[in-house]
Every structure is written in C-alpha cells, then in structure tokens.
Design a protein around this ligand. Structure first.
Ligand SMILES: [Zn+2]
Length: 46
C-alpha cells in the first residue's frame, strides 16, 4: 500500500494535493509548505 502525500494547510489544516500552490479551502499560499505523509496523521499508540 502506498502512502499518499499532501500539503497540510498551516492556516486551516486542509489536506491539499501536492500539486496545489494554494489551499483549496482558504487559498493560503502553500508554496513553502512541505509535503507530508498521511502516516503522520495517524494517532500514535504509545
Ligand atoms: Zn487552508
């Protein structure tokens, strides 16, 4: 199974496709936002 990457909007927390340069929800500039994996959003069972 492949992890999909996305850009997490720093303003609203929207998950945006990597190709987007602006948040699809609030139009915040995402050019400086690093791609993250879905994996980091999983609750850590520690
Ligand atoms: Zn946003």
């Amino acid at each position: 199974m492949a992890l999909s990457k996305f850009k997490l909007c720093p303003a609203c927390g929207e998950h945006n496709p990597p190709a987007l340069l602006e948040c699809k929800n609030c139009e915040t500039d995402l050019t400086g936002v690093r791609l993250v994996d879905e994996d980091i959003c999983q609750p850590q069972a520690r």
